[in-house]
Design a protein around this ligand. Structure first.
Ligand code: IPE
Ligand code: IPE
Ligand code: MG
Length: 242
């Protein structure tokens, strides 16, 4: 079956999970899985851009991932830095704009600068917006939004009645990014792990047993085809949709 170009999700979000188990399966250290996972991310980003999907969000490092062993965190940071060095040129060639979601203030200063630079270099690109969720936690995002709104109410620049869905969205990291249409999680885990809780309110969910390093472009197509077979009713009856 072929993909229908006009029925692709506008916003695809992916929980890239299973790097560690993939490596273990091969008798290799976890970092080996992260390296292969970065290659998968590169291929998926490129394919998503080719397909013309406007927004892709990748869960790359969560607030909870700070609880991992220090050595693994350091390896992930190094990997991300190396990835950025190579990938900006590819992003330019594919008209991709890089964005980040989350709190990166605890990331190494040099990496923060590299991220900033990569975002600036790609800011005029008009194709797919690739958002890397880094130091991201949805509850932390919602907490921060609540504190910001409470502060504005206290200062008298916002009244409680003026708070709308749009106000809330403007204070989330995702701001102008539309809600998630399709959320994919790899590695056979059936949970959200604190990812985009507000933004997935009406997303279609797709779970696959494939570990992230094995999530090929064929796997991506399978997920998209599956999405195209769903009927998104948004509370209506099936008859109302035709
Ligand atoms: C996903 O793979 C990558 C990150 C969370 C950074 P994992 O590292 O979680 O791999 P598993 O789940 O332990 O197999
Ligand atoms: C979710 O994967 C976070 C990322 C993919 C970056 P985890 O492996 O950290 O999630 P849990 O611990 O299985 O919920
Ligand atoms: Mg995991």
């Amino acid at each position: 079956m072929n993909l229908e170009k006009e029925r692709l999700p506008k916003h695809l979000a992916i929980i890239m999970d299973g790097n560690g188990r993939w490596a273990k399966q091969q008798g290799k250290p976890r970092v080996f899985g992260h390296e292969k996972g970065a290659k998968t991310a590169r291929e998926v980003i490129q394919r998503v851009a080719e397909l013309g999907i406007p927004y892709l969000t990748l869960y790359t490092f969560s607030t909870e991932n700070w609880n991992r062993p220090k050595l693994e965190i350091e390896a992930l940071m190094r990997l991300l830095s190396g990835y950025l060095k190579k990938e900006v040129a590819v992003m330019q060639a594919n008209n991709i704009r890089l964005n980040t979601l989350g709190d990166i203030s605890q990331f190494p200063k040099s990496l923060q600068k590299e991220l900033q630079k990569a975002k600036e270099q790609t800011q005029n690109n008009t194709g797919t917006v690739v958002s890397l969720a880094l130091g991201y936690g949805s509850q932390q995002e919602i907490l921060q939004m609540t504190q910001q709104l409470a502060q504005k109410v206290k200062e008298g620049t916002l009244s409680p009645e003026q708070i709308t869905y749009t106000t809330i969205e403007q204070h989330l990291y995702t701001q102008a990014i539309p809600p998630v249409d399709l959320l994919v999680r790899t590695s056979g885990e059936y949970r959200i792990s604190n990812f985009l809780l507000w933004q997935i309110a009406y997303a279609e969910l797709y779970f696959t047993d494939a570990f992230w390093p094995d999530f090929t472009t064929e796997e991506l197509h399978k997920a998209l085809l599956n999405y195209q077979q769903r009927e998104r009713r948004f509370g209506k009856t099936s008859e109302q949709l035709t």
